[in-house]
Design a protein around this ligand. Structure first.
Ligand code: ACO
Length: 453
């Protein structure tokens, strides 16, 4: 099949949020730490009415309805998540409820887990299926969803929640490049969830940042040589030949630093750097080693300022959801893609080349790329891709702001009732967006039932 890629995409985020500057005050953090230091404005969160199943039910049904396709048109459905509420039963099987009346039970795929990387692994599996002899001509759907919550302390402000569903098939308006996927995997205890009775991870914040940056360097290096071979880039600086770089975003400041890091890598790889212009004043970093550069504050600051204009143009537009909702975990980088689509007109999107970097602690990471179609006959498909997510900005505005006290109580409620059975959720459903699935009951055998608003 030709032009395998993303045919449609849908995103869901919680209807409640907490303001990060109010959270700074509430947490006793210094003013500006979360908003300027980490680059976050708002953080979405879920009450006891939502869990990973409801999030995925919501986003899948919405994607199907908006695109007027039948549940029979799906031949593969895979979920990427690290929000585990059952050690055996997958979220995918819960989603099969939506397919019941269509009679379609012939759907490959199951759940995939490794921190924030599960969605990307699911996506690669779906693309591979379409390109394989197992493909039966139908669409694949990939869902990435998570509820990102941390214990009280300095990581709590980097939470978030949401889900992204992608419809994949041939002749797509957003096409995956072949032969360029670059992978970096390694054993690390930077962020993991060994306590099966808790929603919270164990985090070594500093190590997680170090692992993220190192994985980025490694993936970028490999991606660059593959992109050159495949004719995607012929420039000295890859940053110049790609229109946008979209990153997994634990918090927006790390993404800005990561973009600067790409420029640093281009600088190291350049046999004849332009010290008069782009790399003015950066001669002194020529011989710094990658390992010694990660926590070099002067280097970081200088490369961030040299790359600022390019960052504003090539990456900042992809940070809308990350800034307004927080780290959604598996959907984070795909929320970045949605934000990028939202911030450009259909004409602007045509022909644009984008690179995505996906990172999941533990660790698994990948860099890969896509381009938006520039064929005239595909314009309406591209328009449809964009129209699908046109509600996002108004939905962000329509959300209910909650006080840090309410947010904190909600975290406590989730903490106390996580894994409880039987359990009847106590929080109101009034604030939920129309079309949202929510939890109505967990019976004594832990069986969950849901309703749609
Ligand atoms: N005004 C402006 N900036 C400030 C202020 C202030 N008042 N106070 C602090 N800052 C800056 C700091 O200088 C720092 O910036 P810098 O790194 O550019 O120097 C930034 O704000 C953060 O401050 P730190 O003291 O470094 O933050 P802390 O160590 O308390 O926590 C961390 C940050 C590690 C990200 C924590 O929130 C965490 O552990 N989060 C979860 C792990 C995570 O997201 N890791 C990323 C990859 S893995 C993943 O995706 C889950």
């Amino acid at each position: 099949p030709k032009d395998v890629g993303i045919v449609a995409v849908e995103v869901y985020f919680p209807s409640q949020y907490v303001d990060q500057s109010e959270l700074e005050t509430f947490d006793g953090a210094s003013t500006g730490k979360y908003t300027i230091g980490l680059g976050q404005s708002k953080m979405g969160f879920c009450s006891d009415r939502e869990d990973i199943n409801s999030l995925c039910l919501t986003v899948v049904q919405s994607l199907i309805e908006k695109n007027n396709i039948s549940y029979n048109d799906i031949g593969r459905l895979e979920v990427g998540t690290e929000t585990i509420i059952d050690k055996s039963k997958s979220v995918k099987t819960v989603l099969m409820q939506l397919f019941e009346t269509s009679g379609n039970h012939d759907i490959e795929g199951i759940d995939t887990t490794n921190a924030c990387f599960g969605g990307t692994s699911a996506l690669f599996n779906a693309i591979n299926w379409i390109e394989s002899s197992s493909w039966d001509g139908r669409y694949a759907m990939v869902v990435a969803g998570d509820i990102a919550v941390y214990a009280t302390g300095n990581a709590r402000c980097t939470g978030g929640a949401g889900a992204v569903a992608m419809l994949l098939g041939p002749n797509a308006p957003l096409v995956f490049h072949r032969g360029v996927r670059s992978i970096y995997m390694q054993h690390a205890y930077d962020f993991y969830k060994p306590d099966l009775s808790s929603e919270y991870p164990v985090v070594d914040g500093k190590l997680s940042v170090q692992c993220y940056v190192n994985a980025l360097d490694k993936c970028y290096h490999m991606y660059k040589s593959k992109a050159k071979k495949m004719g995607i880039s012929d420039n000295k600086s890859l940053v110049d030949s790609i229109d946008s770089f979209i990153f997994h975003s634990p918090y927006c400041k790390l993404v800005q630093k990561s973009f600067a890091r790409l420029m640093l890598n281009d600088f190291w790889d350049d046999p004849d750097p332009d010290f008069a212009n782009r790399y003015r004043g950066l001669e002194k970093y020529r011989d710094v080693t990658p390992e010694n550069s990660i926590f070099n504050k002067d280097l970081e600051k200088d490369f961030m300022s040299s790359s600022k204009d390019l960052f504003e143009k090539k990456t900042k537009p992809s940070l809308l959801l990350a800034n307004q909702v927080g780290n959604m975990y598996t959907p984070s980088v795909y929320g970045g893609l949605v934000s990028y689509i939202l911030s450009h007109t259909t004409e602007e999107l045509q022909g644009k080349k984008i690179v995505l970097f996906s990172y999941g602690s533990g660790l698994a990471s990948a860099m890969f790329s896509l381009h938006f179609t520039k064929e005239d006959k595909m314009i309406s498909a591209l328009q449809q891709l964009k129209d699908n997510v046109s509600h996002v900005k108004s939905y962000l505005e329509k959300r209910t702001k909650c006080s840090p006290e309410t947010f904190s109580q909600m975290m406590k409620l989730r903490e106390e009732t996580h894994n409880s059975a039987p359990y009847t959720p106590i929080q109101s459903t009034d604030h939920l967006f129309p079309g949202t699935w929510y939890l109505t009951e967990i019976d004594s055998k832990h069986r969950r039932t849901y309703q749609r608003k």
